[in-house]
Design a protein around this ligand. Structure first.
Ligand code: 5SP
Length: 224
């Protein structure tokens, strides 16, 4: 399994001070910036797009920006995010008519590619494309909002996807997103996640460094 990555979701940051918030959470020990893009069509909420991604790069953010597209259609926005400085781009199979083609497009644009499984999406959607991916993102809430409770069936799904990833022998990351907190992250890590998105658990506390450190300690306990 790969080294753990903590990717705070800026959905829960203070958007009036986004650059400072991102600087603060990276200085607090986070590894990536998780960037949630919602279109009020694929999901019932509206957030941020390539302009904000580019603004973070111009602000000086050098950490990987992990773009989670909750948009439909997917393909026409991919080149915009690549130009804006996205490092990884993940999308939902339900939102693309041609999943394999979208993966190839993301890679051709110079980014790493991820596929996102909603809580009710079967793992079989990974058949025929898993080896093309850099990352699988399992949603442990229904997409659209921060601050929801972790759906426990995600643990079994993590174990099943971890087995499939290990069988490929490739360094494909397994990311979990939704309701991840210091008090459940150990169990989530033990089930096979190596990349952890957390929004409200980090930005909802005054001391980001303390939460990130607590999360790292819990992950380490799951990986003796
Ligand atoms: O993509 C999403 C929601 O659609 C997530 O990234 C949430 O933003 C995570 O928030 P918390 O559950 O950690 O508060």
């Amino acid at each position: 399994m790969q080294s753990p990555v903590i990717a705070p979701s800026i959905l829960s940051a203070n958007f009036a001070r986004l650059g400072e918030e991102v600087d603060a959470v990276l200085a607090a020990g986070a590894d990536w910036v998780h960037f949630d893009v919602m279109d009020n069509h694929y999901v019932p909420n509206l957030t941020i797009g390539p302009l904000v991604c580019e603004a973070l790069r111009r602000h000086g953010v050098t950490a990987p920006i992990d773009v989670h597209l909750m948009v439909e259609p997917v393909d026409r926005i991919v080149p915009d995010f690549a130009r804006a400085g996205a490092s990884l781009i993940s999308f939902h199979p339900e939102a693309s008519k041609h999943v394999h083609r979208t993966i190839q497009l993301i890679k051709a644009e110079g980014c790493q590619a991820g596929l996102v499984l909603n809580p009710a999406t079967p793992v079989d959607v990974l058949d025929y494309v898993l080896e093309e991916l850099d990352l699988v993102l399992l949603m442990s809430v229904n997409p659209g909002f921060g601050g929801q409770a972790f759906i426990p069936s995600a643990l079994d799904k993590l174990r099943r996807v971890r087995e499939r990833i290990d069988a490929t022998g490739k360094p494909i990351r397994l990311e979990i997103d939704g309701g991840v907190k210091p008090d459940n992250i150990r169990e989530i890590a033990a089930a096979g996640a190596d990349t952890f998105v957390a929004g409200s658990a980090i930005f909802g506390k005054p001391d980001y460094a303390a939460v990130v450190a607590q999360m790292r300690d819990e992950i380490a306990k799951a990986r003796p």
